[in-house]
Design a protein around this ligand. Sequence first.
Ligand SMILES: CC(C)(COP(=O)(O)OP(=O)(O)OC[C@H]1O[C@@H](n2cnc3c(N)ncnc32)[C@H](O)[C@@H]1OP(=O)(O)O)[C@@H](O)C(=O)NCCC(=O)NCCS
Length: 300
Amino acid sequence: MEQKGLPSSGSITHNIKREKTKQKETAWEAMEQKGLPSSGSITHNIKREKTKRKEILEKKKAIDELIKAASAENDHLASFPPFRCYDRNGLSVHFKSGRGDKLPSPSKQYIQSLLKLNMEGPFGSEWPTEEKVKCREMVSSEARYIFVHEATNTDANEISTLLPRERNFTGSSEDKGPIVGFVHYRFTLEEEIPVLYVYELQLEPRVQGKGLGKFLMQLIELIARKNCMGAVVLTVQKANMSAMNFYISKLRYNISTISPSKVDPLIGIEKSYEILCKAFNHEAKAILEEEIYVTQDIHC
Ligand SMILES: CC(C)(COP(=O)(O)OP(=O)(O)OC[C@H]1O[C@@H](n2cnc3c(N)ncnc32)[C@H](O)[C@@H]1OP(=O)(O)O)[C@@H](O)C(=O)NCCC(=O)NCCS
């Protein structure tokens, strides 16, 4: 029974509800003005947080997929036919792909011998320990290789006597020619950035200084970009001055933010190596080279 001018119990309930809602809204506004989160903005923040987390997980998943896809590729050289051989400065060599878990034992012996020849000096007293580490790394299922084979028609007088035994150990078929150097690289993550990490770049002394190292690093950078990696990263012994010069002065690599000397100068003094890198996009530059700040993601 509704009396004229008096609200019904239904409309009273409705009005109370409306009033309560209004009070709540005013309270939220007041809280927000004071900088306190309202339950509305809390819900909003939770949603935003969830979306952010989802985006991060999706990005991580996409990066893992990139690394998996890059590692699964059988022959990285196949995409770059002009880079399958190098014929300059009296050198005639060609390149073959390889994997750590499929190395024939003559190749393993060759790698060990060349590493010892080139690296025992720069590593000094650390060499025996380092040699064991390198032996394990050499055969990892993640290890990818570019082997440098000399053309078979090379003048016999030109053949090095520095590695006489290993020349017979290469196991290479005649048409491949003996190995004279190699690159060991992997696709991996550094600070959440997908990178191509050069574990080793080793050339026999007699093929050094003829532009081959630079050419191989250009090829490595092409492989990294083609596989959407953000950077090429590598480690160099400080005592290996010629390699330092080669990477920093000639190839324009930078000492990375993840290198001990950049992380903490005191630790840097203790450590015998630097980590160098060349980044290809804003995010990788910001994180690994700290040159600029992230403004956008570059997709390849
Ligand atoms: C370091 C190494 C890979 C360089 O390869 P390389 O074929 O000898 O070098 P390149 O002939 O391609 O040289 C490229 C440029 O670097 C310069 N360069 C090479 N060695 C250099 C040195 N010791 N000091 C200064 N510059 C050097 C060259 O003059 C050339 O410059 P240019 O382009 O202006 O002509 C090779 O010498 C090597 O295998 N060294 C022993 C193993 C080693 O130290 N590996 C690196 C460990 S991370």
